[in-house]
Design a protein around this ligand. Structure first.
Ligand code: HAM
Length: 415
């Protein structure tokens, strides 16, 4: 029987893993400089947590969650995103009692039963960040600046920051009414999903990808024209800060996001090289979610980036991956013992060292050293044991020499 990974689920292994490690390392460094601390929420939660936060009528909750009953009959979901869990953790552990703002970042797998396509998987990885307790748009700008620094350190180009404000509980009902009005004589021509959205959440019609819906929404009212004074002021100030920080953006009034918890600022960073699934990063404010979850009123904002999409864009030379500094080729049992001892000493010093194994000729060991791109090969046979000196060879230029066993450690220490 032949086994393979499930549809839409990938293995990530060398050399691609080196790209992932690089992204994670840069995220860790940059996010820490902005005061974000790591948090590791669980991968499974009670389903209610996602249903209530993401929204009952969203695609994620309606169609995409991996939900099952555990052995005690509880309804459990594999997390489709990270925000809901972080909010649950923030409230459960009373983190709101700590000095404001509390800022967290996380990374790990998320699960959505979507139709797999380029850049869209059923298990995918996100790095996300969430900041709690600040209503000031300065923190929106700080987060966007953090993302700019992060993406610049990865040397990514051709990215666009798309920005919008979708208002708040005060102004959105008027906008909703205006949308209902606009679509009232078009409902029957909308796609079946949007006909449902018309009843439940007409804003979502604005980011439907079906051609007829795209045509039918031409001329739809803009949310921007309905913002209340507070939301308007927030958005204007945010734009001032972004200009101050030299962050370019494009206002996209149709970007409403696919999760229901957002208020005011929403954003996506998109890349034209990604095709249909073009968002590398997405996020926004969710000023009411903590309160709706039973916590104290706490404005919040965050984002998540898609690791697969970022790794794809990095498109780096994957041959340029780490390789061992030392390969120890041995012939004969005595040499193997000596080689094992030396390997141990070097490894204790943190030097990547590989060894040959019994049954492999010197030639095949040398071939392996070459394939691994080891920088140095040490050769130990009966003659070397007898003389107390081993042979070393630098593979890049063929230079070589002899070295007493007791000097090996200091030789590589210098390198
Ligand atoms: P989201 O837009 O659902 O937002 O996902 C964020 C990012 O995750 C996307 O822009 C994309 O890069 C990646 N992504 C999403 N679904 C897939 C998939 N099926 N395959 C590959 N990559 C995918 C959220 O998840 C929010 N929790 C973001 C947030 C945090 N908002 C506030 N705080």
């Amino acid at each position: 029987m032949k086994y393979s990974a499930l549809k839409g689920i990938r293995d990530i292994f060398p050399p691609e893993i080196y790209l992932w490690q690089k992204i994670e390392k840069i995220a860790d460094d940059v996010f820490s400089a902005y005061g974000f601390q790591e948090i590791r929420p669980p991968i499974i939660e009670s389903s209610d947590i996602f249903i209530r936060s993401i929204g009952e009528t969203t695609d994620i909750v309606e169609k995409e969650m991996y939900t099952f009953n555990d052995k005690a009959g509880r309804l459990i979901t594999l997390r489709p995103e990270g925000t809901a869990s972080v909010v649950r953790c923030y409230i459960e552990h009373h983190l709101y009692n700590l000095p404001t703002p509390q800022k967290f970042f996380y990374s790990g797998p998320m699960f959505r039963y979507e139709r797999p396509q380029a850049g869209r998987f059923r298990q995918f990885y996100q790095i996300g960040a969430e900041a709690f307790g600040i209503a000031d748009p300065k923190i929106d700008a700080e987060i966007l600046s953090m993302l700019k620094v992060f993406l610049e350190k990865l040397d990514l180009s051709d990215l666009t920051l798309e920005l919008n404000s979708i208002g708040c509980g005060k102004c959105r009902p008027d906008y909703r009414k205006a949308l209902l009005n606009f679509f009232s004589d078009k409902v029957r021509s909308l796609c079946p999903d949007c006909q449902r959205r018309y009843e439940q959440n007409p804003l979502r019609i604005l980011d439907c990808k079906v051609d007829t819906c795209i045509q039918l929404r031409a001329g739809a009212p803009y949310v921007m024209d309905f913002l209340c004074n507070e939301c308007r002021e927030h958005f204007d100030l945010l734009q001032d800060f972004l200009k101050l920080l030299d962050i370019n953006y494009l206002i996209n009034p149709n970007m409403v996001r696919g999760l229901d918890y957002y208020t005011r600022t929403t954003f996506e960073i998109t890349c034209k090289h990604l095709g249909a699934q073009n968002a590398v990063v997405a996020g926004g404010r969710y000023d009411k979610l903590v309160e709706e979850f039973g916590g104290p009123p706490t404005p919040a904002i965050g984002f998540a980036l898609g690791m697969e999409r970022l790794a794809f864009l990095l498109n780096e030379n994957l041959n340029n991956t780490p390789s061992p500094l030392v390969f120890i080729s041995t012939i004969g049992i005595q040499a193997q013992k000596e080689g094992l001892k030396i390997a141990n000493q070097l490894r204790e010093m943190g030097i990547w060292t590989e060894i040959g194994y019994a049954g492999n000729s010197l030639k095949s060991q040398m071939r392996r050293a070459d394939r691994l791109s080891a920088r140095y090969v040490l050769i130990i046979g009966d003659d070397e044991i007898a003389s107390g000196k081993l042979k070393w060879k630098r593979l890049s230029d063929g230079s070589q020499g002899n070295l007493p066993f007791e000097e090996i450690v200091s030789f590589f220490q210098k390198i």
